[in-house]
Design a protein around this ligand. Structure first.
Ligand code: FAD
Length: 403
């Protein structure tokens, strides 16, 4: 029999790489391999996000999201400090522009208290003093929110994993998995190998990878594009904090926001429109397989039915820049149409259940010799270190129980 790994981690986004690092820290004597189909790490969601270190105001108290985000903020900042990775805790403002949003803002304030996050309520004058270019009737000020480049964090984690004896296998798509009493056989586009235990962090491909092992799952990944613009450099000092709208609680995404990036520029976005290719970043990218798959999924039809109005609205704003601009002008009226310069899109892997529920929390599935991260939406980049530790604990227990 071929040499057998103790643990193989599939997926070189921040969740997979953080898990691989946590595993080798816990088991320095074990043979651990990290596989990705791309030529380097962080090529998908991790490399196409807003770069925000979230504080966790939004999340359902008691959920894994709320817990991991709170811990993740501290751990991310600690990791950056130790490894000289630039980050800034610039703080974030959630701006209410009308009475409906004001009511939602107060509900969010209550939620942030339940999540034990320190948040200040600003009136119009106080908001105007700290952000003269932002209009609103009130705002929540979350001082702990920060910004970072998650590609740099992932790169540093992968280097640390390798320096501790971990192995990589890049340019290798996992195309087949067979689990038996002694191992899982992994066939990739470049070779085949065996492992005693497998951890899958496949992001936009999470459902397909789980199905390779015939794990019974009741969800499908639906890709939602997040399209951004960038403001011209002359606007780099337009804001001092991140500026977010008050989210609509019925929608799973945060709304178009102004994000200071760690390189000093400001992005506008992202929106949330249905994607017609899971890993297709250009607007016109289309995959027949991906499209047929979601069109033939009951859950997708139910999501469309529930969110038809907002879906059409988002689609319209994606096609017509003017509509997108209106979203931002609600709280930042000085931004004009010519200020919206092109910027690469990201694609969210959103797990949707058969009954049409959009899964908000992190979701896992297991077989005897494997664990799968099925849903790792935002703030999974912020939360990657605690998620990695959580998976390591579960994987270690499962490994130790193997006969
Ligand atoms: C537009 C957008 C904005 C966001 N903003 C933020 C933010 O500001 N803050 C925050 O905390 N979070 C944010 N997020 C969420 C965050 O980026 C993701 O939750 C996180 O990056 C998920 O990491 P991951 O490792 O699970 O997935 P990914 O980064 O997508 O990695 C999955 C990896 O699996 C590999 N893979 C898949 N299938 C196979 C296979 N068969 N064989 C081999 N390899 C395979 C892929 O190549 C990929 O490298 C945002 C996400 C998006 C899309």
């Amino acid at each position: 029999m071929k040499e057998i790994y103790d643990y193989v981690v599939l997926g070189g986004g921040i969740v997979g790489v953080s898990t691989a690092l946590s595993l080798i820290d816990k088991h320095p004597d074990k043979k651990i391999l990290l596989i990705d189909k791309e030529s380097s790490f962080a090529k998908h969601q991790t490399g196409h996000n807003s770069g925000v270190i979230h504080s966790g105001v939004y999340y359902q108290p008691g959920s894994l999201k709320a817990q991991f985000c709170r811990e993740g903020l501290k751990e991310t900042i600690n990791f950056c400090s130790i490894n000289n990775i630039p980050y800034e805790q610039c703080g974030k403002l959630l701006v209410a522009t009308n009475q409906v949003e004001l009511k939602r803002m107060h509900e969010l304030h209550e939620r942030s208290k339940s999540n034990e996050i320190s948040v200040e309520v600003l009136d119009q004058k106080q908001l105007n003093e700290i952000e003269p270019n932002i209009m609103g009737i009130s705002a929540l000020f979350v001082k702990s929110t920060g910004i970072v480049d998650y590609k740099l964090i992932t790169k540093k984690m992968s280097e640390e994993f390798e320096s501790k004896g971990g192995e990589f296998l890049l340019n290798s798509e996992v195309v087949s998995l067979e689990e038996d009493k002694e191992k899982i056989k992994i066939i990739t586009s470049s070779e085949s190998l065996n492992t005693k235990y497998l951890i899958c962090c496949a992001g936009l491909m999470a459902d397909r990878v789980a199905r390779l092992l015939n794990i019974k799952i009741n969800f499908q990944i639906i890709p939602f594009r997040g399209e951004y613009f960038r403001l011209p450099i002359k606007h780099n000092s337009l804001i001092k904090h991140l500026v977010y709208p008050i989210p609509d609680p019925d929608l799973p995404f945060l709304g178009v926001h102004l994000t200071k990036m760690i390189d000093g520029t400001i992005t506008v976005g992202p929106n949330a429109v249905l994607g017609f290719k899971r890993e297709g970043y250009n607007k016109l990218n289309f995959s027949l397989r991906d499209t047929i798959e979601f069109l033939s999924f009951k859950g997708f039809h139910r999501v469309i039915k529930k969110n038809l109005k907002s879906g059409i609205y988002e689609m319209k704003n994606s096609i017509f820049k003017q509509g997108y601009l209106k979203e931002v002008q609600k709280y930042s009226p000085n931004i004009k149409i010519n200020d919206l310069e092109p910027y690469p899109a990201g694609i969210r892997a959103q797990a949707v259940l058969e009954d049409g529920t959009l899964v908000h929390d992190f979701l896992f599935a297991e077989s005897k010799r494997s664990i799968h991260v099925c849903n790792a939406p935002s703030p999974a980049a912020t939360s990657a270190i605690p998620i990695g530790k959580y998976i390591t604990k579960k994987a270690t227990e499962a490994y130790n129980n193997l006969t």
